[in-house]
Design a protein around this ligand. Structure first.
Ligand code: RP5
Length: 163
């Protein structure tokens, strides 16, 4: 790992079709000024790409990986097995089982290889980005302060009355 450069967040997804959900990670990280990259890496369809990506994650200055996948969602767990870089998993909604398959595939990791699992779909994608920013904020006061402001505006946006 290159200590002089700021650690980036790496957003990966199993398919182009996941991007409609995972682009919310990009939008959220952008709004907080967090450096990120985005790639398609599939555990099943591009296993060699996945292996190379995970083995080079530390060297490529990646501080947190956000991995989105749907259905039999092995990507986050396989990546976590190949690198010590922390992995946050976003279960993408699947056509047949509405993402319950994705959620269970990502959350039910055996002890020893953790994946921090977020909610299914768009909420999970946004929260993965917020969580990544809050972890990076431990060593980056600018990001920490932007996250505090983000939360303050969220609080202000909640009306007192429903009408
Ligand atoms: C998974 O299969 C992907 O993460 C995606 O959510 C799902 C369906 O992929 P496509 O058939 O849309 O390419 O690997």
């Amino acid at each position: 790992m290159n200590k002089k450069r700021a650690l980036k967040v790496s957003i990966i997804m199993g398919s182009q079709s996941d991007y409609k959900v995972m682009k919310l990670c990009e939008k959220t990280l952008k709004s907080l000024g967090v450096i990120f990259e985005t790639k398609i890496v599939s555990a099943h369809r591009t296993p060699k790409r996945m292996y190379e990506y995970a083995l080079n994650a530390e060297k490529n200055n990646i501080g947190i990986i956000i991995a989105g996948a749907g259905g039999s969602a092995h990507l986050p767990g396989m990546i976590a097995a190949l690198t010590p870089v922390p992995v946050l998993g976003v279960p993408v909604e699947s056509k047949k089982l509405k993402g319950l398959d994705s959620l269970l595939s990502i959350a039910q990791m055996p002890k020893g290889i953790p994946v921090g699992t977020l909610a299914i779909g768009k909420d999970g994608a946004i929260n993965a980005a917020l969580l990544a920013a809050s972890i990076i904020g431990n060593n980056n006061s600018k990001i920490r302060n932007r996250l505090k402001s983000w939360r303050m505006s969220q609080t202000k946006s909640v009306k007192k009355n429903p009408k």
